[in-house]
Design a binder for this molecule. Structure first.
Ligand code: GAR
Length: 200
């Protein structure tokens, strides 16, 4: 069983996709051992609670500086003994010491086809606003390993999604989630759990 820890910041629709596909057997040999949020009161925590998954909040706001937060955050992550850490809409920079300790064992979902519309400042709706402003006709989502850069780690899976006339950032975000993110994030976990993808 692959022990998966999911890190979230918001609504948690990607977390829900993982929960559902583990429950229905699409994602095999995987146990979601915990959920950590950096924000209190977000719906992702309710989703974890409803699924009976241990969950906790570790917020930078509760620590005197980033170094102290990073230390407590790493302790919290370690307490779940995860084999794989999944960033599912997690908008906090991962401390370098965590990346060293969990090298090639942290994956992220990003709502564009990397290397387009990624890097510092590109997160959530901003990604889709930028795609619409540039006028691309195809966008999509990417699952990649996390290294010390922003969205620069090795790519695991990508899926393209059409941009349609009249799209707003919100409409496009929803289509990218439905047609790409909610499929390729669980699929990547299933690959890692069953094909040893982290060993590459
Ligand atoms: C998702 O679209 C995810 O790709 C994005 O945040 C959203 C979280 O939604 N992540 C990033 O932009 C990371 N750079 P969710 O909380 O409903 O899963």
């Amino acid at each position: 069983m692959l022990r998966v820890l999911v890190l979230v910041s918001g609504g948690g629709t990607n977390l829900q996709a993982i929960i559902d596909k583990v429950a229905d057997g699409t994602v095999k040999n995987t146990e979601i051992v915990g959920v950590i949020s950096n924000n209190k009161g977000v719906y992702a925590l309710t989703r974890a609670e409803n699924a009976g998954i241990k969950n906790m909040v570790v917020s930078p706001k509760d620590y005197k500086d980033r170094a102290q937060f990073n230390q407590e955050f790493l302790k919290a992550v370690d307490s779940f003994s995860p084999d794989l850490i999944v960033l599912a809409g997690f908008l906090v920079v991962i401390p370098p010491e965590m990346i060293d300790k969990y090298e090639m064992r942290i994956i992220n979902i990003h709502p564009s086809l990397i290397p387009s519309f990624c890097g510092t400042g590109f997160y959530g709706l901003k990604v889709h606003e930028a795609a619409l402003a540039r006028g691309v006709k195809l966008t999509g989502a990417t699952v990649h390993y996390v290294d010390k850069g922003t969205d620069t780690g090795p790519i695991i899976l990508q899926k393209a999604v059409q941009v349609l006339p009249g799209d707003t950032p919100e409409v496009l975000q929803r289509r990218v989630m439905e047609e790409a993110e909610w499929q390729i994030l669980p699929e990547a976990i299933n690959m890692i759990a069953n094909e040893g993808q982290t060993q590459q």
